[in-house]
Ligand binder design. Structure first.
Ligand SMILES: Nc1nc2c(c(=O)[nH]1)N[C@H]1C(S)=C(S)[C@@H](COP(=O)(O)OP(=O)(O)OC[C@H]3O[C@@H](n4cnc5c(=O)[nH]c(N)nc54)[C@H](O)[C@@H]3O)O[C@H]1N2
Ligand SMILES: Nc1nc2c(c(=O)[nH]1)N[C@H]1C(S)=C(S)[C@@H](COP(=O)(O)OP(=O)(O)OC[C@H]3O[C@@H](n4cnc5c(=O)[nH]c(N)nc54)[C@H](O)[C@@H]3O)O[C@H]1N2
Ligand code: SF4
Ligand SMILES: [Mo]
Length: 759
């Protein structure tokens, strides 16, 4: 007997709707097939090879089925009760003795792909009160958050390119043909780029590699890695020099335009051409194309963020959109409005965005968006003593000591962060560690307790994060496709129990966590004069919430308070969870609309085009004009059938071209004496790795490329398939000191390396 069920795909940011075929077997229900949901209001039937392998990902026999607890030095299967007892016993005395900052919270990428990851970590961080929070954002998009925080006063106000309506797209350091897009949620991103070309639009791609995305472009600029900020500054220079700036409807909303013109005066195309290895004429042409297009969007991703000038580059992307009048207009770059976003309110000055409100203990790195650099996690654990006073958030406790316990949720920093060997040792030295993870992998093997979430078919799904970056406003929710079997626990419940265990409320009902959030949120909303529920009784509102469990009630609450919500009756046609459940393929909320000045939360109430921290960092960029890397630099790459560190255990998704090989240009290969298929040794500041060479002119000369997330050769893991072809951990080449100073983001691209043939 088989049946079908809907499930939003959690395997990348495109959030495609899937139809799963589910069959009963003696071992329980299995997902035997996944196809695109043709009725999905957003993805309209699109599916990629990864989504098509949902069943294999879901059914991986290496997924943990029970909690693991370390006994006699060994991780052993345990009951949930034993596991949470161990968490409470492991964490509470440490917090009481050493203060909240003795706990480090590490949040990995899949948290943005689960409802649990969206709803509970903020509660956990608040409950413990630690300032030692590290997430995948600081090996990813933190520079974009910082530039948005500074420009718009809101780190989450990230404009997305209007792919379906734009006439010209300048795409920088992104490869949506493999990644399916990032900070731009768009099912079938490649199809949308082809449609752009088909309707007469133009595509420019800046990437040191001739990617599949670059192959589609009208113009591919194979820039020297790490120099995009110089090139973009020169484009801004050209806009001023040739009087091509035209802010259009934005004019009244922006301050500091002349100051930007002044700030980029020295960055002429001729001055940057050599450093970028891009002819000055091409830079001028790119600026003119951008200004001349009826509508245009500039969009940058990993290649603009994970570099030494990540925040400056991210800022310049928006500066170009603003100076050409393309921000906040159809066909340009717009601010989405998701169903669980805050409802729009009257514009006016906001609280602004502050950086560096506290600093990391060892190296003094400034916080950004209440986070410290993931690259500094190892030193925060393994450096004894203190170098200053660090206070828990609000608790006043002082503790200048190291991190002694780690709570890792959906995170594998041993592979995804710089210098995995050092972090590996640091984690092993902890007094206590708990991982919420389906796998026993390079990171979770150090835990004292592993709490495994159920497989994705058994989890409900709503994209809290990605709808806020989607190219079309829409809302979808899918309940768990397969019920939990006895002995399994929903990931939302695991998170709620973790909050209780960490905050001294071990043993309380997990629903208490949701009830507390509901009370707090509604209590605040009724005192807010702009809220549709202003002046009402929070208890009466809470009683109206529907939903089968705590997380569903919270979703209902957020939908009802949100921009499309029913306002708890204020707008009877508005959105509620019940209404959403009546639309299993989602509800279309319309194309993106101009929203300014709505999203602005700067102190001035305007877009602050040249914020002081940016202006202060420009001299560093100027200095780089004179720098020329003498040797090779390394960049990363992604493969369509992969996902960071955790899909290498699925045989259906590995093999073929999805391998951990070192791409080397033929000219470099000849010079270095390395041959195709033979192993080469790659050396960086943090260590060395070996990998088989693949000679290809898809990388520009002077650049080699190695993908990340590999290196599955450590003992004590349970990743049988991945261990057969472990690959090398590219992040071992880093020592963790190379950061973008404003955001604390690790530099992962454009890093200096040496390559030699292995004997
Ligand atoms: N050199 C280099 N390094 C990089 C990058 C790069 O381009 N180059 N990319 C960086 C980027 S963009 C990112 S986002 C990071 C990602 O880095 P991480 O966030 O550390 O790694 P992931 O591999 O995404 O997976 C994290 C963990 O989540 C677990 N997991 C999977 N599904 C679930 C789930 O449903 N629930 C829970 N609780 N856990 C789950 C997996 O088993 C895995 O242990 O890597 C970064 N590292
Ligand atoms: N299949 C698959 N999809 C994924 C993921 C995955 O691992 N696999 N990971 C997901 C995650 S967590 C993220 S954050 C996104 C990332 O999404 P993208 O940013 O689109 O992904 P990347 O493939 O890392 O693309 C970065 C590109 O930047 C180029 N580059 C490197 N250095 C520079 C530079 O200095 N300048 C310029 N201009 N370009 C440079 C690289 O050659 C590469 O082609 O993908 C998501 N989707
Ligand atoms: S594009 Fe992304 S969301 Fe869509 S099916 Fe593929 S992995 Fe899933
Ligand atoms: Mo990422």
């Amino acid at each position: 007997m088989s049946r079908t069920a809907l499930r939003i795909c959690p395997l990348c940011e495109a959030t495609c709707g899937l139809v799963l075929t589910i069959e009963g077997t003696p071992d329980g229900e299995r997902v035997t097939r996944a196809r695109g949901d043709r009725d999905d209001v957003f993805s309209r039937g699109f599916i990629c090879p990864k989504g098509a392998s949902f069943g294999a990902v879901d059914g991986d026999p290496d997924r943990l089925r029970t909690p693991l607890v370390r006994k006699d030095g060994r991780l052993q299967e345990a009951s949930w009760e034993e596991a949470f007892d161990a968490v409470a016993v492991g964490l509470r005395p440490l917090i009481e003795k050493h203060g909240p900052n003795s706990v480090g919270i590490v949040l990995g990428n899949p948290n943005v792909h689960t409802m649990a990851g969206a709803l509970y970590p903020p509660v956990l961080i608040g409950a413990i009160g630690t300032r030692n929070v590290f997430t995948a954002s600081t090996v990813d998009q933190m520079p974009k958050h910082v530039s948005s925080g500074l420009l718009y006063g809101d780190a989450l106000a990230i404009p997305v390119p209007d792919l379906d309506r734009t006439d010209h797209l300048l795409l920088i350091g992104a490869n949506p043909f493999e990644s399916n897009g990032s900070l731009c949620t768009a099912p079938d991103f490649p199809g949308r780029l082809k449609a752009l070309r088909a309707r007469g639009g133009t595509l420019t791609v800046i990437d040191p590699r001739r990617t599949r995305t670059a192959k589609l472009a009208d113009r591919h600029v194979a820039i020297r890695p790490g120099t995009d900020a110089l090139l973009l500054a020169a484009m801004v220079h050209v806009l001023f020099e040739e009087r091509l700036t035209d802010l259009g409807a934005l004019a009244g909303h922006v301050e500091g335009v002349e100051a930007v013109g002044e700030a980029v005066r020295e960055f002429t195309p001729e001055a940057v051409a050599d450093a970028c290895d891009v002819p000055a004429d091409d830079i001028r042409a790119m600026a003119r194309d951008l200004a001349a297009a009826p509508t245009a969007a500039v969009y940058g991703r990993m290649g603009t963020c994970t570099v030494a000038f990540g925040t400056l580059g991210s800022w310049l992307v928006d500066v170009l959109n603003i100076l050409t009048g393309n921000l906040d207009r159809p066909g340009g770059a717009l601010f989405p409005l998701a169903a669980t976003d805050r409802a729009p309110r009257p514009a006016g000055p906001g609280r602004g965005f502050a950086l560096g409100r506290w600093r990391s203990r060892v190296s003094g790195y400034p916080e950004a968006k209440s986070e410290l650099p993931l690259a500094a996690l190892a030193e925060e654990i393994d450096t004894p003593g203190g170098s200053g006073k660090s206070e828990g958030r609000g608790s006043g406790a002082t503790d200048a000591g190291p991190i002694r316990a780690v709570i890792a949720i959906a995170a594998n920093p041993v592979l995804s962060a710089p210098d995995g060997d050092r972090l590996d040792k640091a984690l092993e030295s902890l007094d206590f560690m708990v991982s919420v993870d389906p796998y026993l992998n390079e990171t979770s093997r150090h835990a004292h307790v592993v709490l495994p979430p159920p497989r994705p078919a058994q989890s409900p799904h709503h994209d809290f994060a990605f709808n806020a970056f989607a190219i079309h406003n829409q809302v979808r929710y899918t309940r768990a496709a397969v019920p939990l079997e006895p002995g399994r626990m929903a990931e939302t419940e695991i998170h709620a129990r973790l909050v209780l265990a960490a905050s001294g409320m071990h043993g309380a009902e997990p629903d208490a966590v949701d009830a507390m959030v509901v009370d707090r949120t509604l209590g605040k909303a009724v005192t807010d004069p702009h809220s549709p529920v202003h002046g009402r009784d929070p208890k009466e509102l809470a009683a109206q919430l529907t939903g089968e469990n705590g997380p569903e009630r919270r979703l209902d609450m957020m939908l009802r308070l949100g921009p499309y919500g029913d306002g708890f009756g204020a707008d009877p046609d508005g959105l509620t969870l019940d209404r959403l459940l009546d639309h299993p393929h989602g509800i279309d909320l319309g194309p993106l609309q101009p929203r300014l000045p709505g999203p602005l939360k700067t102190r001035s109430g305007r877009i602050e085009l040249l914020p002081a921290p940016i202006a202060d960092d420009l001299p560093r960029l100027k200095k780089s004009l004179a720098e020329r890397p003498a040797g090779l630099v390394l960049v990363g790459r992604r493969h369509l059938r992969s996902n960071n560190s955790w899909l290498h255990n699925i045989p259906a998704l590995t093999g073929g071209s999805n391998r951990c090989t070192l791409h080397v240009h033929p000219d470099d290969a000849a010079r270095l004496g390395v041959t195709d298929g033979a192993y080469a040794r790659v050396k960086g500041a943090g260590g060395e790795v070996t990998a088989p060479v693949e000679i290809t002119d898809a990388v520009r000369p002077g650049v080699v490329s190695l993908p990340h997330g590999w290196g599955h050769d450590r003992p004590g893991t349970r990743l049988h398939a991945a261990a057969t072809d472990p690959g090398a951990n590219v992040n071992q080449l880093l020592d963790g000191t190379l950061l973008d100073p404003l955001s604390g983001n690790a530099v992962l691209n454009g890093i200096p390396v040496g390559v030699t043939a292995t004997p």
